[in-house]
Design a protein around this ligand. Structure first.
Ligand code: FDP
Length: 332
């Protein structure tokens, strides 16, 4: 007989108990993201058939070329967050300024989200994702400013991966849990309770085409991973999908390390690529809650303070021993 699995709704309801209003709002918003993720998964499956692939023309605030599905995904997530009546503002990769959702700033959460992450994979039927973080609202307007703060301010974070199956992984500070979408019922079912990342892995993920621009410590660390040594399980294998969600998900389940270091071509002005509020900090919370570690190479990601909505940060994330080893190379 097939095992009965908890739905995302049941899992979230189970942790509400007598928790205060904000905790209930977290459950409402994560469920809302689950609902829109099921819609996004269907849209992705139909995109090539409905002429929804390709670019709209123009770039977003980060200078990336905007794809049709980036715009559609932003609008779908915005509508879903409005419907929760728990979100005061939405910080999106596709909007320069926060989208304010309540004139009186009354709702308890601010949501930072990249609706379609890894969008260079869209036109080749590769894996993409949605990344989200929930932060407490301040009750003031404009509400979006409450997103500017430390990574440790996040009250929940997670991602959805649109691969062969659609997977939702989230943490609300009490472990990291993974759900798989049942396409027949549109329900997310608990398939990966209490994920624990291995202390060490055998795989690293990084865009090695950028080697010329890396910090010396970063270059030395990757060289170390590639150098054979039976006793320490080297060389590691290289895997890189071009979508942060897919690379972090593999790392979370199998261990190892995913890295997007800053460009150090001008050592006085290192240039990271990934965005702190809706890529780097949420993934750091998810992985730390599974027993992993997330660093810039020199400091803990969750200790970084966001001062701008689209701020960028370097990330080295994954198994605690692997990330600690990378930090060691940055110190040398
Ligand atoms: P994309 O630009 O395709 O949206 O968010 C940025 C991101 O994808 C990550 O998902 C991914 O890990 C990274 O950029 C890939 O960047 P490179 O193409 O520079 O390797």
């Amino acid at each position: 007989m097939a095992e009965t699995r908890s739905t995302l709704h049941e899992h979230l309801a189970g942790r509400q108990g007598s928790l205060p209003e904000r905790a209930r709002a977290v459950s409402t918003v994560v469920e809302g993201i689950g609902r829109v993720a099921a819609v996004i998964a269907k849209e992705l499956a139909h995109a090539a058939l409905r002429d929804r692939l390709g670019y709209v023309g123009g770039t977003n605030v980060s200078g990336d070329q905007v794809k049709k599905l980036d715009v559609w995904g932003h609008e779908a997530v915005e509508a879903s967050l409005r419907a929760t009546r728990a979100c005061a503002a939405f910080i999106s990769e596709e909007a320069k300024e926060p989208v304010e959702m309540t004139p009186e700033g009354a709702h308890p959460l601010v949501v930072c989200c990249d609706p379609v992450d890894g969008s260079s994979n869209l036109d080749v039927n590769g894996t993409v994702g949605t990344i989200f973080a929930l932060r407490p609202a301040s009750g003031k307007t404009p509400a979006g400013q409450a997103a500017l703060g430390l990574g440790t301010d996040q009250v929940a974070a997670g991602y959805v991966m649109y691969g062969p199956a659609t997977t939702l992984v989230y943490t609300a500070g009490d472990g990291t849990h993974g759900f798989t979408l049942d396409p027949d019922t549109d329900e997310f079912l608990l398939t990966h309770p209490n994920i624990k990342i291995p202390a060490r892995g055998k795989v690293y993920g990084i865009n090695e085409g950028n080697v010329h621009s890396w910090h010396a410590g970063q270059r030395a660390y990757v060289e170390y991973l590639r150098t054979p040594d039976k006793a320490s399980g080297r060389p590691y294998s290289l895997r890189y999908s071009g979508a942060m969600v897919a690379d972090v998900h593999r790392t979370l389940l199998d261990g190892g390390v995913f890295m997007y270091p800053a460009d150090f071509s001008d050592p006085a002005k290192p240039k990271p690529k990934l965005r702190l509020l809706y890529e780097v900090a949420p993934m750091a919370m998810v992985v730390e809650q599974a027993g992993g570690r997330a660093s810039t190479g020199t400091e803990r990601v969750l200790d970084l303070r966001a001062t701008e909505y689209h701020q960028r940060a370097a990330i080295i994330i994954g198994s605690p021993d692997d990330v600690a080893m990378a930090e060691d190379f940055y110190r040398r």
